[in-house]
Design a protein around this ligand. Structure first.
Ligand code: F6R
Length: 241
């Protein structure tokens, strides 16, 4: 794992955008594995800037997102589809038909999950996967547990994750308790991973990335087995390293 520590979130965002832009410059039809949440917001802003400056062309790129809340459709302002449209897709020349987010509203969530894995396969896997990290070490919504799932599945969110995400909703009781999430399989098979973390509340989870332990109780520790992970941190998130 390659650790990069910056003084500010702005620098974290600019560097992460540079890494992602490099992948697209090398392969114009790259498959981008994307994340939502606060961590990548600044990176998306930087990518939009690069695009507006004529330095980055998304016209052939494809994207596949990690997760979506069960019960929220794309028009809900807290759905991850809505997040992706407003934070990135609406502002760059990406064909929305080439952007994929799990469907959290389909009647048969299991069948939807199975099809999502087929989709990832049919795209030839993920060239670069962007990840945030939960304060409890989750990646995607692969929460700490005795075992982890390889494939896309419906996950029950932990109380800690519900509390952490309540800041985006009117109240904690409005936070969906389940999400459709990619499993750890496609994440670990991604050619390259960029993990972004900022803020003191991530310091514990970030420290677990350097400890000599791999455990499903801290899902991000699995990333130690991946050959190309760059962890991009601000100094608060790096505080316990
Ligand atoms: C989001 C996702 C989550 C977040 C994590 C950190 O698509 O899969 O794993 O990356 O919860 O969230 P933030 O960045 O809001 O602290």
């Amino acid at each position: 794992m390659n650790f990069r520590v910056f003084d500010s979130y702005e620098e974290v965002s600019a560097y992460s955008a540079e890494l992602l832009a490099e992948v697209i410059s090398e392969k114009e039809d790259a498959v981008l594995g994307l994340a939502t949440g606060s961590s990548p917001v600044g990176m998306y802003k930087e990518l939009i800037k690069l695009h507006e400056e004529g330095k980055l062309d998304f016209s052939k790129a494809k994207s596949i997102n990690l997760d979506e809340y069960v019960g929220l459709d794309g028009s809900h302002d807290q759905s991850y589809r809505y997040f992706m449209n407003t934070n990135l897709f609406d502002h760059v020349n990406m064909d929305k038909k080439n952007t994929f987010v799990p469907d959290g509203t389909t009647d048969d969530l299991m069948e939807g999950a199975r099809k999502y894995d087929e989709l990832i396969e049919s795209m030839g896997g993920i060239d670069v996967q962007v990840l945030g990290i939960g304060p409890n070490g989750h990646i995607g919504f692969n929460e700490p547990a005795d075992e982890l799932k390889m494939n896309t599945h419906v996950a029950e969110l932990t109380e800690e994750t519900i509390q952490a995400n309540a800041r985006f909703f009117a109240s904690e009781k409005d936070v969906p308790t389940r999400a459709v999430t990619m499993g750890v399989g496609p994440i670990m098979k991604a050619k390259k991973i960029i993990l972004i973390a900022s803020g003191e509340n991530k310091a514990w989870a970030v420290k677990s990335l350097v400890d000599d332990v791999i455990t499903t109780k801290i899902p991000a520790t699995l990333l130690k087995l991946h050959p190309d992970v760059t962890v991009v941190l601000d100094k608060e998130a790096a505080g316990m390293l």
